[in-house]
Ligand binder design. Structure first.
Ligand code: ADP
Ligand code: MG
Length: 375
């Protein structure tokens, strides 16, 4: 197992495409680390540099504090799982998982001498594997709960099962680092949720250092110990999911890691507990403050309460507005409220039997000063 350090990594594809612009990350041994960012921000390029498939333009990659820039990909011992599964179609489940171990033994010379036909030998070996390989493959298949499908052809598997085979195939090699590039993106939502749990459980059981790439904030936030948010080839913030959510470094991060309300405003007064911030159509007390005057205010949708206009409400932060839409989101209900020319999104747990505020209704919205974040 390895900790991984990425130091001042720059990758230019041509003189005009800078895919990575000074990326720095430290991944601790055994950590589940997510790289989160929109398409094209450089996530795959980062992974390919770590795995050794791409040569950095400058910067260093270290495994266990040793620089591996000159170590070829096949000697870095990274397990890879891709969005596309990339299984061998002509091998069954068992053979797919046994393949890497068999090849490794071949290169270590334990196939014996006089190798005339590599392909024929490989097929024979896969068809009649020695016990130690059978045991390892069985163990890996049990981990992903596919022991009963070892003899199946990969074309007879569902997408989720194929992804489990890909995971077993990576794990069986006992890699020092597991790299997963958008592994769940081809699965439907329900299966994606199940696979999240499966991957996280296995990662914790095995304790393997894992780097997981995704553009799905929910996936990153629910699975990872730490998340690095990337944009345009740079890491914008690197923190635990709770830190990212409660203390985003920039509006981009705030927006990317959770649906949010961001308003431009000004600090008009500094108080003992924080500040008073004025937006175009309303003024709020915040428990936070900043040095400079022009700021952005972030209020998470679940950080507010909403009441019908005639409800008596005693609160230090009241905003008046009009419901323009209400939407049921599973256990929650979301209200979009118009305030001047702004819209505020509010999410509340829906309590059965309670009156749902109607579209067009005048309302009062309250915000706890603790929930008025300044970024
Ligand atoms: P992500 O995985 O986050 O979607 P990538 O790492 O694939 O992003 O790409 C980052 C940037 O590098 C993009 O602008 C992409 O077009 C560019 N890029 C990726 N691979 C190549 C390549 N082989 N040649 C030229 N440009 C590339
Ligand atoms: Mg990618």
């Amino acid at each position: 197992m390895s900790g991984v350090i990425v130091k001042n990594l720059v990758k230019k594809y041509n003189s005009d495409v800078t895919a990575l612009n000074n990326v720095n990350i430290e991944i601790k041994e055994g950590e589940f680390f997510a790289l989160l960012g929109p398409s094209g921000c450089g996530k795959t390029t980062t992974m390919r540099c770590i795995a050794g498939f791409e040569t950095p333009t400058s910067g260093e990659i270290l495994f266990n504090d040793k620089v591996v820039n000159k170590v070829p990909a096949n000697k870095r011992n990274c397990g890879m799982v891709f969005q596309s599964y990339a299984l061998f179609p002509h091998y069954n489940v068992f053979e797919n998982v046994a393949y890497g171990l068999t090849i490794r033994e071949f290169y270590n010379g334990s196939f014996g001498s006089k190798i005339s036909s590599f392909a024929r030998l490989l097929s024979r070996r896969l068809a009649k594997p020695p016990k130690h390989i059978v045991d390892k493959v069985s163990e890996a298949l049990d981990y992903v709960e596919l022991g009963h499908l070892a003899e199946r052809g990969t074309n007879e598997l569902s997408g989720g099962q194929q992804q489990r085979v890909a995971l077993a195939r990576a794990l069986v090699m006992e890699p020092s680092v597991l790299l997963m590039d958008e592994p769940l993106s081809n699965l439907d939502k329900k299966l994606r949720n199940t696979m999240r749990t499966t991957i996280r459980r296995i990662q914790q059981d095995v304790g393997i250092t894992t780097i997981f790439v995704t553009h799905d904030q929910e996936e990153a936030m629910s699975m990872a110990d730490r998340v690095a948010v990337m944009k345009d080839g740079e890491i914008i913030q690197n923190a635990t999911p709770t830190e990212l959510y409660s203390n985003p470094a920039t509006p981009f991060v705030a927006d990317f890691v959770g649906s949010s309300n961001i308003f431009e405003g000004q600090i008009v007064e500094r108080t003992a507990t924080g500040s008073v911030v004025k937006m175009e159509h309303f003024t709020l007390k915040s428990n936070f403050s900043k040095e400079h005057k022009d700021i952005k205010v972030l209020i998470r949708p679940e950080g507010m309460e909403i009441y019908a206009k005639d409800t008596a409400v005693n609160h230090e932060n009241i905003i008046e507005g009009k419901v323009i839409m209400h939407t049921y989101l599973g256990p929650n209900i979301r209200y979009d409220v118009k305030v001047g020319k702004h819209e505020i999104g509010i999410e509340k747990i829906y309590v059965p039997g309670e009156r749902v505020l109607t579209n067009g209704e005048d309302v009062k919205v309250t915000v706890d000063p603790e929930r008025v974040l300044i970024i």
